[in-house]
Design a protein around this ligand. Sequence first.
Ligand code: ADP
Ligand code: MG
Length: 332
Amino acid sequence: MRLVELTKQYPGQPVPAVDHVSMDIAPGEMVMFLGPSGCGKTTTMKMINRLIEPTGGQVLIDGTDVATLDPHELRRGIGYVIQQIGLFPHLTVRENITLVPELIGWSKPAARRRADELLELVGLDPSRFRGRHPRRLSGGQQQRVGVARALAADPPVMLMDEPFGATDPITRENLQSEFLKLHKELGKTIIFVTHDFDEAVRLGDRIAVLGERSVIEQFDTPERILAAPANDYVASFVGSAAAIRHLGLTTAGEAVRLLGPDRARAADGAVNDTVDDEAPTTVETTSARDVVDLMLRSGHSRVRVRSADGQDMGTLDFDHVCSLWKRSADGI
Ligand code: ADP
Ligand code: MG
């Protein structure tokens, strides 16, 4: 998917809500839009599925300008999950899920089979839940049904607008883990809006950090954003995030042991042979968080780790420390 100079100026507003936003999203990628309330995230999502028409620029999906498509047809090919869930209260769980598949011509039995399959997928026992109405579900269960419904017609593209925002922290973490698994299994292109940095790091292949008018402040992998925020604005997200605190719980020694003796690999898996003779040294009891600090302050992307009795244990690099943290967040 490609956004080209995408712009929305609401009537009577002095400045655009979304201002010349351009980005490329690879098929199967999960991109997080991270930005404060009011920066135009929802407006951008709704321009992608044409609930809102842009005042400038284009949205291309598989090279086709969505402006040339029938909006209803377009929307049937894009799963959309919103914070307010938006289940139809008078329909059962199953009816909510089968709506779109039936609309696009699936037979009733096929749509029902699909509904059961999706309920299983999002962790709800079909026999218990398919006949219920939304009001007889908790907030977290409603969110799951919302995700199942968005997946129903197997759309290649999903837009998720703060989908887990209304749930308590534990339900949210469960939903995030399940959603990560789903994403790995289904390989859909997903844009996921959040204002929660931890959520962005945990779920995203890449994160677009958005400023006012959705101006892209940085668009990169979570590792790179953690390691090298592009500016003070991005750094303020990183610095204030609980995510980084996780690094404080792992020591440099544990990191070296976890990563094995051959740690000199970049995040993309390429072996990096360049030896940094000037790399600073630290002891194994230093926290991974402080290792990152040391890297930032010294300007070296490598740190040598010594054991308490002075033995050389190996080196750690930036991408590695961050990927280590990310793996622990993924529960792997
Ligand atoms: P976000 O989802 O990031 O919180 P929105 O896309 O909802 O941001 O809104 C972006 C900006 O556009 C806000 O300043 C909001 O007040 C404004 N806005 C949203 N919808 C409208 C509208 N229909 N008319 C005028 N201004 C709007
Ligand atoms: Mg919004």
